[in-house]
Design a protein around this ligand. Structure first.
Ligand code: GLN
Length: 458
């Protein structure tokens, strides 16, 4: 499997999905997996499975740059808990995958490596499309069969949106399910790792290997990890699926409406009850997210100072420490990251803290309560479109106002603000033959049930 993936990666340079290859390491890990499988009574499901790892994960002795020039040359001395868990399960790392810089973006175009490309095309049109972001390299690599699965991270949709754009499955688990230790932090109260795979069964198997309690992350939940795969019965009789009316946006394309209606019909056919529900604070989710995420990012990114990691600017005679910080950060951070640092610093500044950051935190609580209320009312899972459109052309949005790009996250950010699990599953093609995804949102810690509902949609 590892050799087949390495050969496939060699033919797919144009996708720019893998940005640091680790073929030698992969072959060593694959040989160890072979040994482990010889004579074993049971075959551990992830043993010998070749994966791609998002560049946001610190991997010991292997370049880990979070898609940023400021981390040029950085090779961590330690392994992230998630990748260590996968390696302990016998998985093989083929290399590191492209992503938006510090996971900020929805198109992979803020990456210092240049964007990854979506293997899908619109009809006969050759124009290259975005694989989505920020886990765009992960999505592109899985969709193009360069690996059997990939790690992603999701702060506001970065697993689910690229999964939808490339016709694959991606789940963001409940906040606290996967350890964040060793994952370069973007917005610590929102960040979660998750698997990106061909289908729901693979997602269940890979998630089980990735997650679990980790004393090195104080927000990691001390809960047993269920056998998610065993929960995939496809039986959803008696489940109650909520359809939130606030997600029916003005100007939603017909195709997305139809996708949603078809998904609703499939859930009913499978024996679920479908109910209209209301999540009244949905309209505040994007502005809330785009205050909280930059605020946390501005604080997390303060550590890139030219001293501790990666890049340091060349200094002129007479430059002091302030010039070193300024020049290093001006050279090392791309425009989107600089924008987020400035917005975050502004909303946290003494004069504006209450008006923006504190206000956003209060609204976040209301958004979370909306979900708690419908779950208390008997809803088991919530069905929505994953994205407002299919994959867009590279350059199409990046050249527009940044807010146009932010609008892509309209269906996904609520889930991070509320800390809930959310999954995107491929659910059909648009008129131009591009994949579209549906999202299911579940109760906290009930990823097994959520995966099973998604399995019924597959
Ligand atoms: N697109 C969103 C942003 O730019 C979400 C990114 C993410 O989930 N990492 O912040």
């Amino acid at each position: 499997l590892t050799e087949a993936c390495l050969a496939q990666i060699d033919t797919a340079g144009a996708l720019n999905a893998f940005v640091h290859g680790t073929a030698d390491l992969a072959r060593q890990q694959a040989a160890r997996a072979d040994e482990r499988l010889q004579g074993a009574d049971e075959t551990p499901a992830m043993c010998g499975i070749p994966l791609g790892i998002k560049d946001l994960f610190c991997t010991k002795g292997v370049a880990s740059q979070a898609g940023s020039a400021i981390l040029n040359g950085f090779q961590p001395e330690y392994e992230s808990t998630v990748t260590q868990n996968l390696f302990d399960a016998g998985s093989v790392m083929l290399g590191k995958l492209n992503m938006d810089e510090f996971a900020m973006g929805s198109s992979n175009e803020t990456s210092t490596y240049g964007n990854a490309v979506n293997p899908w095309r619109r009809g006969n049109d050759d124009a290259a499309l975005t694989p989505g972001g920020s886990s765009g390299g992960s999505a592109s690599a899985v969709a193009a069969d360069l690996c059997l699965g990939a790690t992603g991270t999701d702060t506001g949709g970065s697993i689910r949106q690229p999964a939808a754009f490339t016709g694959i499955t991606g789940i963001k688990p409940t906040y606290g399910r996967c350890s964040r230790w060793g994952i370069v932090a973007f917005a610590s109260s929102l960040d979660q790792a998750g698997p990106m795979t061909k289908d729901v069964r693979d997602a269940a198997i890979m998630l089980e290997a990735m997650c679990g309690h980790d004393p090195k992350d104080s927000t990691s939940a001390d809960l047993a990890v269920p056998n998610f795969e065993a929960m995939l019965t496809g039986d959803i009789k008696g489940k109650v699926i909520g359809i939130p009316r606030e997600y029916r946006m003005d100007g939603m394309p017909d195709e997305i409406e139809k996708l949603w209606a078809d998904g609703t019909a499939m859930m009913k056919d499978a024996g679920a009850t479908v109910r209209d529900i209301s999540l009244p604070h949905t309209k505040y989710a994007l502005p809330t997210y785009y205050v909280i995420a930059p605020a946390e990012a501005s604080s997390n990114l303060a550590r890139y100072d030219g001293v501790r990691y990666g890049h340091r600017a060349t200094l002129a005679q007479g430059d002091g420490i302030t010039e070193m910080y300024e020049k290093t950060r001006a050279e090392g951070f791309g425009p989107e990251v600089q924008r987020r640092v400035m917005v975050g610093t502004y909303v946290l500044s003494a004069g504006f803290y209450d008006a923006y950051y504190n206000r956003a935190r209060k609204v976040r609580t209301l958004i979370k309560r909306d979900f708690e209320n419908v779950f208390a009312d008997g809803i088991d899972a919530i069905l929505t479109p994953a994205t407002p459109s299919a994959a867009f052309g590279l350059g199409e949005m990046a050249d527009a106002d940044p807010v146009a790009m932010y609008l892509n996250d309209v269906f996904t950010v609520t889930v991070n603000l509320a800390g809930l699990p959310g999954i995107s599953v491929p659910a059909g093609l648009d008129r131009q033959g591009l994949p579209l995804g549906l999202q299911l949102i579940g109760r906290p810690w009930e990823e097994g049930d959520l995966l099973n509902c998604a399995y019924a949609l597959e």
